[in-house]
Design a protein around this ligand. Structure first.
Ligand SMILES: *[C@@H]1O[C@H](CO)[C@@H](O)[C@H](O)[C@H]1NC(C)=O
Ligand SMILES: *[C@@H]1O[C@H](CO)[C@@H](O)[C@H](O)[C@H]1NC(C)=O
Ligand SMILES: *[C@@H]1O[C@H](CO)[C@@H](O)[C@H](O)[C@H]1NC(C)=O
Ligand SMILES: *[C@@H]1O[C@H](CO)[C@@H](O)[C@H](O)[C@H]1NC(C)=O
Ligand SMILES: *[C@@H]1O[C@H](CO)[C@@H](O)[C@H](O)[C@H]1NC(C)=O
Ligand SMILES: *[C@@H]1O[C@H](CO)[C@@H](O)[C@H](O)[C@H]1NC(C)=O
Ligand SMILES: *[C@@H]1O[C@H](CO)[C@@H](O)[C@H](O)[C@H]1NC(C)=O
Ligand SMILES: *[C@@H]1O[C@H](CO)[C@@H](O)[C@H](O)[C@H]1NC(C)=O
Ligand SMILES: *[C@@H]1O[C@H](CO)[C@@H](O)[C@H](O)[C@H]1NC(C)=O
Ligand SMILES: *[C@@H]1O[C@H](CO)[C@@H](O)[C@H](O)[C@H]1NC(C)=O
Ligand SMILES: *[C@@H]1O[C@H](CO)[C@@H](O)[C@H](O)[C@H]1NC(C)=O
Length: 783
């Protein structure tokens, strides 16, 4: 077994979220795929549509040295005005000179990011947001992903009303896919592969489907998480058996496949993702879910940022995964302020094995997600007495003859995943029947890593087992696998892999926005592709347990669908504000949500405003709303040029007179450099979204070294939709320890508005962080 076969969590293949670092790959010679932004108002009169104009422009380009004509891929109507095409450098130079050309970017490649959760989220059939929202009735969620497995029980349309008349989407015909595969749950399915193919990837070679059908399972998983129908008896090899249901079970799903499998990985071309988002807007989706990411470049060079801005203008809510590059600071993806950026948290369910040593002498519980309902009774257990290298199952320390048919016990190695991987390799090499590992790595392992019958126990229990082993003459062990543990504490925790703020491209807005379940999430899978390998076999499954911010993103898309079903007129910013200001901060052990990596309390740079709480989000009292113009003023504040803003926002009707980095966001971040004392002013406007008039009082919790003044401290609202403004000054005194290594990074407090004689409480985090330049040597955020 090589490291490539076994991929422990920190290098986990099954952790989904794609970011490929290569920015563009050559098609042939100097021909490359480009995304060309055009100014439609420069279109000459004879053309009836901008598509005709682009096609005509391409046909008139003089042929390049290799004599190959340009190839048109897509014309974009909603996400931007323009098109994508394969062009030589000479073609590109000519296009750059035609009137109406605004900008050109080479195509980039993005990668994928990867049910008990409705219960964990507090969703109830007869109370709260579920019945209030009609379970998401008639809201359409567009999922940009790897496709969908339409036959999955999670997409059955039992009891769904007819497809909304406003829907324009279609079900595309392709490899093993036709219009009969859609129903009243899956109402649209399309596939966008032109850009992928131009990068030299051959879909039939990789065995992916050239159609909306899902090859890898990721899109089936995310879609069913957001809006899967109720299914009885779903399970993962006997674990987690029970009812599986999506967050918005009455919402509709439309799949826009723009991610394809290539070699070992999923890839997507920016051109295809833009085409998918363009089509989703055209078709009339209400919410978009994107569990993928491109390298975090300037926003006008990032397809998701561009597509999401167009969606914003149409009132479409866009949920994106924050990335799986944690736990270091400044690792956020999809950090544009008009996107809702979702981090991943754990849930209160775990997978265990019960160990009995000898004749009931000692019982211990450990972690195992081994997918067989296995009970091993009194098998001999081997421990390398007195020889350290044997005790820790070091490479080539064990003799296969000694361990054949036995379980091995491997003592703790203080060497992280590397050491643990070596032990696993030794277990495999020697053909031991199974193993007990004393290791603190257990919680970092993905379900998929449990491809042999082993269990990890914490090093403290490991000492007990070791004592038993060294004293017993003829040690045996009995192990019961496949035990589910509910109510584990603490939960939620911030998943170790979840990307952390601030956002590199726009640190003046706190990211991630919020935390949602993203660890060991059970949802629908493709039934024909082996998921879990056991010995020489791949086991097939209809439902898979997966981790990643890819999994947390569709939870929030589903919640947004529920909120839209209740509050039709709310903007995307209002929906996000409702979720953020009602999020919770305390775990089920009554402490601030901790970081799984360190076990220490997390900060808003890890969990944003906290963990999403859908029932509370339904009735937030007040919201911080944001208009399209405000985002433009923010881009001006970031010093984007007029042309960049035009490319990104699709409008040229703006000025940068009101350039402003202080967006009306429901969170506050102060970016520090090496000065000792700094003072920052924020101005915010609150909108009352509850019925009637109300009065709210500000309450501030600020840590030492942070002084917060709110003015006025009491605000009143005349009625529904009335607005009130306040100012807040945050002064940070770094004292003499103003180094980026100081404890002031991620130092945080809260501003909470309490309704006087009412039930609403509107809370926002206030957090400080060092600027990227000065935090180079600081990987960790700290309270
Ligand atoms: C065990 O090792 C063999 C030989 O190197 C390898 O082919 C196999 O994939 C490994 N088994 C597991 C479960 O990783
Ligand atoms: C679609 O394909 C299925 C088989 O997968 C077939 O039974 C059905 O007749 C096809 N429908 C159409 C409209 O072609
Ligand atoms: C793609 O791969 C298939 C199967 O290997 C092959 O038959 C086909 O010619 C390839 N197509 C291109 C364009 O390379
Ligand atoms: C420990 O075991 C290894 C592998 O069996 C062996 O090479 C080594 O000599 C042993 N060391 C001692 C001190 O017995
Ligand atoms: C050790 O245990 C095994 C399994 O319980 C048993 O078959 C064997 O006789 C025992 N040997 C001794 C020496 O007690
Ligand atoms: C924008 O440019 C101005 C003037 O050069 C500068 O003072 C300011 O710091 C810049 N803002 C950002 C966010 O870089
Ligand atoms: C341009 O923006 C202004 C102010 O926002 C607005 O009043 C005007 O209608 C806009 N013009 C066009 C052509 O959209
Ligand atoms: C550091 O912060 C101060 C106060 O906000 C500002 O004046 C200064 O330009 C900043 N320096 C750098 C290097 O960003
Ligand atoms: C907030 O501060 C600005 C500038 O200092 C001031 O003009 C405005 O009146 C203040 N607003 C409130 C509500 O206090
Ligand atoms: C700022 O901190 C430095 C040490 O980092 C100290 O030398 C200096 O006196 C401090 N300045 C003020 C104004 O407190
Ligand atoms: C911080 O990250 C860098 C690479 O990004 C790494 O070389 C360094 O070891 C890390 N430092 C700590 C303390 O983790």
């Amino acid at each position: 077994m090589s490291m490539a076969n076994f991929c422990p969590s920190k290098f986990l293949l099954s952790l989904f979220l794609l970011v490929w670092t290569a920015t563009s790959s050559s098609v042939s010679g100097d021909r490359k795929t480009y995304i060309i932004h055009m100014d439609k108002s420069a279109m000459p009169a004879p053309f009836s549509t901008h598509h005709h104009w682009y096609m005509s422009t391409l046909s008139t380009l003089s042929s390049s040295s290799d004599g190959i004509a340009p190839t048109h891929l897509y014309t974009y109507t909603h996400v931007m005005d323009g098109f994508s095409a394969v062009l030589s450098q000479a073609h590109l130079d000519q296009i750059r000179n035609i009137p109406g050309h605004l900008a050109a970017y080479p195509d980039t490649i993005g990668h994928l990011h990867t049910t008990h959760t409705p219960k964990f989220l507090g969703l109830k059939k007869r109370a709260g947001i579920w019945p209030a929202a009609g379970f998401g009735n008639d809201i359409i969620i567009g999922v940009i992903d790897t496709g969908i497995w339409p036959e999955s029980e999670s997409f059955n349309d039992d009891g769904m009303p007819p497809v909304p008349a406003r829907w324009h989407g279609i079900c595309e015909v392709g490899t093993e896919f036709n219009s009969s595969h859609c129903n009243k749950k899956l109402i649209g399915a399309r596939s966008f592969s032109k850009g992928f193919k131009q990068h030299g990837f051959n879909i039939s070679k990789t065995k992916d489907y050239d159609s909306p059908r899902d090859f890898l399972g990721h899109g089936t998983h995310t879609s069913s998480t957001a809006a899967g129908s109720r299914v009885q008896h779903a399970d993962y090899f006997g674990y987690a058996e029970g009812i599986v249901v999506g967050v918005a079970p009455m919402a509709r799903i439309a799949m826009y496949k723009s991610l394809f499998f290539h070699e070992t990985d999923l890839k997507s071309a920016a051109t295809d993702v833009l085409a998918g988002m363009d089509q989703a807007i055209e078709d009339g989706v209400d919410v978009m879910s994107l569990s993928l990411g491109f390298p975090e470049t300037i926003f006008d060079g990032n397809p998701i940022a561009i597509g999401a801005f167009a969606a914003l203008k149409k009132g479409i809510f866009v949920s994106c995964s924050a990335g799986n590059s944690g736990p270091h600071a400044y690792t956020i993806l999809n950090g544009a302020p008009w996107i809702t950026t979702i981090g991943a948290g754990t849930i209160d369910r775990d997978y265990a094995a019960h160990i009995t040593l000898g004749d009931n002498e000692l019982t211990v519980n450990g972690r195992s997600v081994y997918p067989e309902n296995l009970f091993v009774s009194e098998v001999p257990i081997y421990f390398g007495h007195g020889n350290r290298s044997k005790e820790i199952c070091a490479p080539y320390s064990l003799d296969p003859k000694d361990v054949a048919g036995k379980y091995i016990f491997c003592a703790f190695v203080n060497d992280g995943l590397v050491g643990f991987t070596r032990q696993l390799n030794e277990m495999n090499r020697t053909g031991a029947a199974g193993a007990i590992f004393s290791s603190d790595m257990g919680k970092f392992l993905d379900p998929k890593n449990f491809n042999m019958p082993y269990v990890t126990i914490n090093p403290k229990d490991g000492e007990l087992v070791k004592n038993y082993m060294t004293n017993a003459k003829n040690a045996t062990v009995s192990i019961k696998f496949q035990i589910i543990v509910l109510g584990t504490k603490p939960a939620p925790q911030v998943a170790f892999f979840s990307s952390r703020g601030p956002a590199r491209q726009s640190p003046y807005i706190l990211k991630p926005d919020i935390l949602a379940p993203g660890v060991d999430i059970l949802a629908a899978w493709v039934p024909n592709r082996g998921w879990q390998r056991i010995r020489d076999q791949y086991l097939l499954t209809d439902y898979a347990l997966i981790s990643g911010t890819s999994m947390s993103c569709p939870h929030v898309a589903g919640i947004a669908a529920l909120l839209k079903a209740i509050h039709h007129g709310w903007s995307s910013a209002a929906i996000r504000s409702a979720m953020m200001t009602t999020a919770y901060l305390y775990d089920n052990a009554n402490g601030i949500i901790t970081d799984m990596d360190t076990g220490a309390a997390g900060t808003p740079l890890d969990f944003g405003a906290g963990h999403v709480n859908p029932n509370k989000a339904m009735d937030p009292g007040l919201v911080y709303d944001i208009e399209v113009e405000d985002y433009i003023n923010y881009l001006c504040g970031l010093n984007y040029t007029s042309n960049q803003i035009r490319v990104l926002t699709g409008t040229s009707n703006f000025t940068c007179e009101h350039a402003n980095l202080d967006l009306n966001y429901p969170s506050f971040i102060v970016i520090l450099n090496n000065t000792n004392t700094t003072s920052f002013n924020f101005k915010r406007v609150l909108t009352n979204v509850a019925d009637g008039s109300s009065i709210y009082r500000a309450m501030v919790n600020a840590p030492e070294g942070m002084k917060v003044v709110v003015q006025p401290a009491t605000i009143s609202f005349a009625g529904k939709y009335s607005k009130a403004e306040f100012n807040m000054t945050v002064s940070i005194n770094l004292g003499t320890d103003a180094s980026p290594q100081s404890d002031y990074i991620g130092n945080f407090g809260f501003l909470s508005w309490y309704e006087v004689n009412g039930k609403h409480m509107v809370r926002s985090p206030i957090v400080s962080a060092f600027a990227l330049e000065s935090s180079k040597h600081n990987n960790r955020t700290k309270v």
